[in-house]
Design a protein around this ligand. Structure first.
Ligand code: G3P
Ligand code: CA
Length: 269
């Protein structure tokens, strides 16, 4: 995969900028992916959800409260669920000030806006379908937006894009709709259960506290949905000691808010 190529070039695990370079810029904004690129990190991770009127947007929480000024702008609309606000409303929120005054005016991007910026930056995307149980049909809709933005062309699909979810059902649906697409399951299946996952996905992406070298080896021993050894990208590792620990376990990638810290720890550029 493209991930493998990058890893070989760098001589260590691939470093993914989680929600963009989110230790240094407001998560899931265009500023956060631009900063990741400026720092030298082509791979960015994001979270996709859906507005009331059916627009896919990039935001982590299922409410707008933590990362926007929605409480001030719409005080009567608690609990400020993403799915209860229209795109016209969400697109005008300030998604940067909570992080720092210098980011005032940053907005919640639509998935299409986000894809176009990743494309312009020549970056690569680890796209998470977040809370799909809240958004029936979001898998098919996400693929449609990816297709419209040119992301399902052959030259991209296996090189620049991985789709992941905590929902095994969602990953299975994506694989069924676009079998050529590389996918990942977020979680830590038991070694006994891993073969069931290998039928529909290529990568297993676990929380770092849940893994061991033996577990990573058990994943690597399996052939995934595309007939290649399965890979492991672990999250969220923001300190050097933990980065070295998971590197020693043999992970293929590390998903981090502080990509510079992790890259330095696992071998620099
Ligand atoms: O990419 C892995 C990580 O993003 C999963 O957790 O809650 O940050 O989406 P969360
Ligand atoms: Ca995520």
């Amino acid at each position: 995969t493209g991930t493998g190529t990058v890893r070989a070039a760098l001589g260590g695990p691939v470093v993914y900028a989680h929600r963009g370079a989110s230790a240094y810029a407001p998560e899931n904004t265009l500023d956060a992916i631009d900063l990741a690129m400026q720092m030298g990190f082509p791979w960015v991770e994001n979270d996709v959800q859906r507005t009331k009127d059916g627009v896919l947007v990039v935001i982590h929480d299922d409410t707008l409260a933590r990362t926007t000024d929605v409480e001030q702008r719409f005080p009567g609309r608690a609990p400020w669920k993403v799915k209860d606000f229209t795109w016209a409303e969400i697109s005008r929120l300030d998604a940067g000030s909570w992080f720092g005054d210098e980011y005032a005016g940053a907005s919640v991007p639509s998935l299409r806006q986000y894809l176009d910026r990743v494309q312009r930056n020549q970056q690569r995307l680890l796209l998470e379908i977040k809370k799909p149980e809240l958004y029936p049909g979001i898998e098919e809709q996400t693929l449609k937006v990816l297709d419209e933005a040119g992301w399902l062309d052959e030259r991209h699909v296996t090189k620049r894009l991985v789709v992941q979810s905590f929902s095994a059902d969602s990953v299975r649906i994506v694989h069924g709709l676009r079998p050529d697409l590389v996918t990942a399951f977020l979680g830590t299946p038991t070694v006994a259960d891993l073969p069931r996952y290998a039928e529909f996905t290529d990568r297993i992406n676990p929380w770092h506290t849940t893994i061991s070298a033996d577990w990573v080896a058990a994943v690597h021993a399996l052939l995934g949905a595309h007939g290649k050894a399965m890979e492991v990208d672990t999250w969220i590792v923001d300190d050097a000691a933990t980065a070295r620990k998971v590197q020693a376990m043999g992970v293929d990638g590390i998903i981090t808010n502080a990509p510079d810290v992790v890259q330095e720890a696992v071998g620099g550029f």
